[in-house]
Design a protein around this ligand. Structure first.
Ligand code: ADP
Ligand code: ADP
Length: 229
């Protein structure tokens, strides 16, 4: 079974004021196979965030079907949510919380048993153990991004989704994030990431779907795609 299955997904944003409604996804269908790193590639405005936010439950789809780890997001939202960890594009946590507190709170919210031990384990996994008690606002951009990844993994979901993880990030930090994503994938986590960098998708992903103007243009193993675009 696919890790994520998307069928005929349509999203129309209502128009505001004088602006007309916007059809951001025009009937997108694809599967994310279990176990690999899947890249969703497309230019700004293509519909990538809309798709990710639909998986995250932040955007209400207009029509179509989405299943996460076999759970339909309408019929079984609890299990769908438990099966996925989302790393948003923007860095969002309370600046006066410490990394340890951020993870503990998230663990509590998801009812994670042994949240304390899980938080310690994740701080090690993202190499933040010596910052466990520092205020989040004092962390570097790279540390914050790693903390966001740890936060998304607190409930041990089988699927991790990252929305433009390396947008506006320097070369060294990009390398660090790639390495971390690779480590999580090697431990069995199915990874989905969006990017508008072709080289990033080529370097990291086994399979790449290209989306443009709300439509799926291509969905192929990376080796079949190289040379085509
Ligand atoms: P991407 O992540 O690929 O840059 P988005 O999903 O953010 O693309 O946007 C897809 C299209 O939907 C764009 O034309 C964008 O302007 C529009 N859009 C995104 N969010 C909203 C919203 N809340 N209301 C209206 N239009 C939106
Ligand atoms: P729902 O939860 O929507 O009622 P099901 O009862 O059919 O759907 O549940 C699907 C089951 O398949 C779940 O228990 C899920 O954990 C399991 N499953 C195991 N491996 C996978 C996989 N790779 N992809 C999707 N689902 C899987």
């Amino acid at each position: 079974e696919a890790a994520i299955s998307i069928r005929n997904l349509v999203k129309e944003y209502a128009g505001q004021g004088n602006s007309p409604p916007k059809l951001a996804l025009k009937g997108v269908s694809f599967d994310v196979p279990e176990g690999g790193i899947f890249g969703l590639l497309g230019p700004n405005g293509a519909g990538k965030s809309t798709l990710i936010n639909t998986l995250a439950g932040l955007v209400m789809k207009t029509s179509g079907e989405v299943s996460i780890w076999g759970h339909d997001i309408d019929r079984n939202p609890r299990n769908a949510k438990a099966s996925i960890g989302i790393v948003p594009q923007e860095i969002v946590f309370d600046p006066f919380f410490t990394p340890f507190e951020v993870l503990e709170n998230q663990g509590g919210m998801y009812g994670v048993a042994k949240a304390l031990r899980r938080s310690e384990e994740l701080l090690r996994a993202v190499h933040l153990e010596d910052k466990r008690n520092a205020y989040a606002r004092s962390l570097s951009g790279g540390m914050k991004r790693r903390l966001l990844i740890a936060k998304a993994m607190v409930h041990s979901p089988p699927i991790l989704v990252l929305d433009e993880p390396t947008a506006g990030v320097d070369v060294e930090l990009r390398r660090q994030l790639w390495e971390l994503v690779g480590e999580l994938n090697a431990e069995g986590v199915t990874v989905v990431l969006t990017t508008h960098y072709l080289e990033e998708a080529e370097a990291l992903c086994e399979r790449i779907a290209i989306i443009n103007h709300g439509e799926l243009v291509t969905n192929k193993p990376t080796r079949e795609l190289v040379g085509m675009v």
